[in-house]
Design a protein around this ligand. Structure first.
Ligand code: ADP
Length: 411
C-alpha cells in the first residue's frame, strides 16, 4: 500500500516516470507551460473546480491527470485509484462501493456510485463518484474521467433526518395511542359519571318539591348550589368528551360552505346570545369554502363567535367581523375579529391549553375547554390557529384550513 502524503514534486515526478507514465500526461503541470489561449482556458477551468477531477488509465488504474483539488493532499501521480482512496492493493471489490472502472468498462457509459474513502489519517468520508469513459476509435476503453463530490455532510444530515423521522413516527404513534386511550376513558367516564349525576340532580329536585315552600332559605340556597354544581360538572364532562372525540375518529371530509355555516350559527345556535348582548355581526361575504368535517368546523366557529360575544367590554356593544382570505399556498385563513377586552400577548399561547381561563372569577368565562377544542380540530385538519391582540383593544382569532376541492361533494 502506498502513502501519497508528504511527497514533494521531485518525488512524484520521479515516481511518475518510474510508473512509465509519459510526461505529456502530467497535464496539470505541462499545460501550464502551454501558451495557446484554449489550453490556458481549459487548464484554468480544471484547476478552479473545487472538487477532485482526474483521469485514470483504464489498464493500470493509475491516475495520469488531476486538477488542483485532487492534488490537495499531495501529488497523486503514479498511484492507482484504489491505493489512493481505499488504501488497497487491488481494485475495489464492492465492500466500500462498486468499482466505477469495471462498470464503465462493461457499459462504456457514464456511471455514478457512492464510495467510502479513507483520508491519510484514517478518517472516513463519503463521495459520489461520477465516472465517464474515454474510448479509442475502435470503441475500446483507454481512460476514464472521474470526479468526486463529497457527500459526507449531506449523508450525515440525511441520517440525522431519518433518525428524527423515526423518533417522530414513534411519538406520533404513542400520541395516537394515548389519544385513543383518552377518548375511551372520556367516553367511559362520560357514561359512568353522567348517570349518577342525573340521579343526584333528580334527587335534589325531588327534595326541593317535598320540602315545598316552607323550606328554610339556607336549605334552598344549599339546594341551588348543589344543582348548579351538578349542571356544571355535567357540562364539563360533555365538553371534555367532545374535545377528546375531536382528536380521534375519522373525519367526515366535505367541501364546507362557510357562509351557510355562519348564517346558521347566527340564526339558530347563537341567536339568543347575539340579541342579549346587542351585538352586530358583520360577515364579509362571499366567504371562501374550506375542506373539512362540517360539524367540527361549525363547533369551532361557534366557540370563536361565542367567545367574541362573551369577552366584551362593559360599555361597548360587541362588534364582530368575520372574513376569509386565500393564502399563498392556496389554504384559507378565517378571521373572527372582535372589539372586546383583548388578550395580553403573554397569554396568546396558553389560552389554547385545556382549562385555561384568564379570569376564572369572571362570570363570562366558562370551562376553559373551548379553545383547546378549536386547536384540536384545526390540528386534525392539518391547519393552524392563533390570535392577534394587544390586550384591551379587541382580538382577532385566525384559523388556517385546507381549501374546498370542488369535487362535487355537497358542502
Ligand atoms: P372559556 O371561554 O370557556 O373560558 P376558552 O377555552 O374558549 O374557554 O377560552 C379560554 C380563555 O381565553 C377565556 O377564559 C378567556 O380568558 C380567553 N379568551 C378567549 N376568547 C377571548 C376573546 N375573544 N377575547 C378575550 N379573551 C378571550
Amino acid at each position: 500500500m502506498q502513502d501519497h502524503t508528504n511527497r514533494n514534486d521531485a518525488q512524484w515526478e520521479r515516481d511518475g516516470s518510474q510508473h512509465g507514465i509519459p510526461a505529456r500526461r502530467f497535464a496539470t503541470r505541462s499545460t501550464e507551460q502551454r501558451s495557446d489561449p484554449e489550453h490556458r482556458l481549459l487548464h484554468g477551468l480544471l484547476q478552479s473546480l473545487d472538487f477532485p477531477l482526474y483521469v485514470i488509465d483504464a489498464n493500470t488504474y493509475e491516475i495520469i491527470l488531476a486538477n488542483a483539488a485532487m492534488c490537495r493532499n499531495g501529488p497523486p501521480w503514479g498511484f492507482t485509484c484504489h491505493s489512493l482512496t481505499h488504501h488497497r492493493d487491488t481494485p475495489c471489490d464492492g465492500a466500500e462501493g462498486a468499482c466505477p472502472l469495471e462498470a464503465v468498462r462493461r457499459t462504456k457509459r457514464p456511471v455514478s456510485v457512492e464510495h467510502r474513502h479513507y483520508g491519510a489519517d484514517g478518517t472516513v468520508r463519503y463521495f459520489e463518484i461520477h465516472a465517464l469513459p474515454i474510448l479509442d476509435p475502435e470503441g475500446r476503453l483507454t481512460e476514464m474521467i472521474e470526479y468526486n463530490v463529497d457527500v459526507t455532510e449531506h449523508r450525515r444530515a440525511m441520517d440525522e433526518l431519518r433518525t428524527h423521522e423515526r423518533a417522530l413516527e414513534r411519538l406520533t404513534h404513542q400520541l395516537e395511542l394515548s389519544n385513543e386511550e383518552l377518548a375511551t376513558f372520556a367516553s367511559v367516564a362520560a357514561h359512568d359519571v353522567q348517570s349518577p349525576l342525573q340521579t343526584i340532580s333528580a334527587a335534589a329536585a325531588a327534595l326541593e318539591l317535598i320540602l315545598g315552600k316552607q323550606t328554610d332559605a339556607r336549605v334552598q340556597h344549599a339546594l341551588e348550589i348543589l344543582l348548579g354544581g351538578v349542571a356544571r360538572l355535567s357540562e364539563t364532562i360533555t365538553s371534555l368528551y367532545r374535545c377528546s372525540q375531536a382528536g380521534t375518529g375519522a373525519l367526515q371530509l366535505v367541501d364546507v360552505d362557510l357562509a351557510r355555516v355562519v348564517r346558521e350559527l347566527c340564526t339558530f345556535q347563537l341567536a339568543r346570545a347575539i340579541e342579549a348582548s346587542g351585538a352586530r355581526v358583520h360577515v364579509a361575504e362571499p366567504l371562501h369554502d374550506v375542506r373539512g368535517d362540517e360539524m367540527q368546523i361549525l363547533e369551532l366557529l361557534q366557540n370563536l363567535i361565542s367567545n367574541a360575544l362573551k369577552f366584551r367590554r362593559d360599555t361597548v356593544a360587541p362588534e364582530i367581523f368575520i372574513r376569509t382570505r386565500e393564502l399563498a399556498r392556496g389554504w384559507i385563513r378565517i378571521e373572527v375579529e372582535d372589539n372586546g377586552i383583548g388578550i395580553p400577548e403573554a397569554d396568546h399561547q396558553r389560552i389554547f391549553d385545556m382549562f385555561t381561563r384568564l379570569d376564572p372569577g369572571d362570570a363570562a368565562s366558562g370551562l376553559g375547554i373551548g379553545l383547546a377544542f378549536c386547536q384540536r380540530v384545526t390540528q386534525r385538519h392539518g391547519g393552524r390557529i392563533g390570535v392577534q391582540s394587544t390586550g384591551g383593544s379587541g382580538s382577532t382569532f385566525w384559523v388556517e384550513l385546507p381549501p374546498a376541492q370542488r369535487d362535487g361533494t355537497p358542502g
